[in-house]
Design a binder for this molecule. Structure first.
Ligand code: 9MR
Length: 432
């Protein structure tokens, strides 16, 4: 692979630099650069001009929250969220769903609930909303802000937490059942500094979920460096530490007090340095769109002009390289037509959790850092969820090829569909 990687890097570095955030993120490193979007601003042409030009991912700022989507129990309201999804998808922008389960912005009827009534109402909400948007949402913030600030490392007290400590994993399982192809994220703020108790507590939860087969695919670091929070120098360590658990990481709500170019550049470079950091979303377009407009924390001023931080981010993105092919060794010097080295590696199956209707499998690859593994599934069993690799299927849908994307372990959930005994077979493991 070394030669191909070297060639690809030479092509990208000599290609013309992209001139917008989304294009540079996508073309240089296969990432996205997105923004929070408010439905009420879609009629503002100064706003949509920047949105459509610069960004290739959107997160509805408030329109998918519980109070917006289920204002009365059992009565769902999707108009504003649908408008944003439609605006985004018709322009090939990916959508992050925000958020299915949260202690805040609950409608009045939910605030007054407790116990199993609340648990069931929450699970029904997750199921209904994820089903409504099934297939349209790339990543869901399934659960938002469930940990306490400060040094306790405890869960945040809330009516949802008081339904039982397993409410988070219950929400993830409900989301997985409703929208099996979406990537499911846990999202929080103040989990940027690796030394913070809150960061460590979220890390341990994700580690626990991964070890028990709870369907979590990603962690969202909101990264609001506003109010009293600052960009921490160990931010890259935090990103790479979460990634090492086999989950993707996303910077989901970035804003920085007074928008210093250095901090914006550092955040961008930290994401680019971690293969599993899939992209950056800023929490609004212009300073005047920000929830903290008094801090002028965004990349465009109130008149829609690019600020210095914009130029810093764009330049950093244009220096990015494709994360699936990190260049860790110099390209080989020999005959440039020599094919990339390829050879065998070893793929080992570890059975995971088994439920009544489905089971998890993880596969660990040794002997190569980049590889492709072919796995056969016995019909009528079918893979419903995947993580930590790039998956493709043959026309039968029963043979999948998994390419490495930064982790040496990948996993998947298989629906039994009536055959509870068959298990996946490794057909081959090829290095390179
Ligand atoms: O930006 C959002 C603002 O318009 C809302 O009034 C506020 C209400 O809670 O939520 C803001 O977005 C929050 C996001 O949903 C979760 N992380 C913190 C964000 C800033 O408060």
């Amino acid at each position: 692979m070394g030669l191909l990687v070297g060639a690809a890097v030479m092509v990208t570095s000599s290609a013309q630099a992209a001139t917008t955030l989304g294009a540079s993120a996508a073309e240089r490193s296969g990432r996205y650069f997105g923004t929070a979007v408010a439905a009420s601003r879609l009629s503002d042409s100064a706003y949509t001009t920047i949105l459509n030009r610069e960004f290739n991912q959107v997160t509805p700022e408030n329109e998918m929250k519980i109070d917006a989507t289920e204002p009365q129990q059992g009565q769902f309201s999707y108009g504003n969220a649908d408008r944003i999804v439609q605006h985004a998808r018709s322009r090939n922008m990916q959508v992050r769903g925000h958020t299915l389960a949260w202690h805040s912005q609950q409608p009045g009827w939910m605030q007054n609930m407790s116990g199993s009534t609340l648990r069931n109402a929450m699970l029904n909400h997750v199921t209904q909303v994820a089903t409504h948007f099934r297939g349209q949402i790339a990543w869901w913030d399934v659960v938002n802000e469930a940990f306490a600030d400060g040094s306790s490392g405890a869960r945040r007290d809330s009516n949802l937490q008081r339904t039982g400590n397993d409410w988070i994993e219950a929400a993830f399982r409900a989301a997985d059942a409703a929208d099996p192809n979406a990537q499911l994220c846990y999202n929080d703020y103040n989990i940027d500094n690796w030394n913070d108790a809150k960061t460590q507590a979220v890390y341990r939860m994700v580690q626990d979920f991964r070890s028990r087969g709870v369907p979590i695919d990603c962690v969202g670091l909101q990264s609001h460096f506003t109010g009293g929070s600052n960009y921490p120098s160990n931010y890259r360590t935090t990103l790479s530490s979460f990634a090492a658990l086999g989950v993707d990481v996303h910077i989901t709500e970035l804003d920085i007090r007074n928008a210093p170019s250095d901090a914006y550049r550092n955040v961008t470079n930290d994401c680019l340095a971690v293969a599993r950091c899939k992209g950056i979303t800023v929490w609004g377009i212009r300073d005047s769109d920000s929830w903290r407009s008094g801090e002028s924390p965004l990349l465009f001023n109130g008149s829609g002009q690019k600020k210095a931080a914009y130029d810093a981010v764009l330049a950093a993105l244009n220096n990015g390289t494709t994360p699936t092919n990190p260049v860790t060794t110099p390209p080989p010097t020999g005959n440039p037509t020599t094919p990339p080295p390829s050879g065998n590696c070893t793929a080992t199956i570890t059975p995971g959790t088994v439920w009544g209707d489905r089971y998890n499998t993880s596969v660990t690859v040794s002997g190569a850092s980049t590889w492709s593994v072919v796995v056969a599934i016995t019909a009528p069993q079918k893979v419903s969820t995947t993580w930590s690799g790039s998956f493709s299927w043959d026309s039968s849908g029963n043979v999948m090829t998994v390419r490495s994307n930064g982790s040496n372990t990948f996993g998947f959930t298989t629906m039994m569909n009536g055959n509870s005994s068959a298990r996946p077979q490794i057909r081959s493991c090829t290095a390179g």
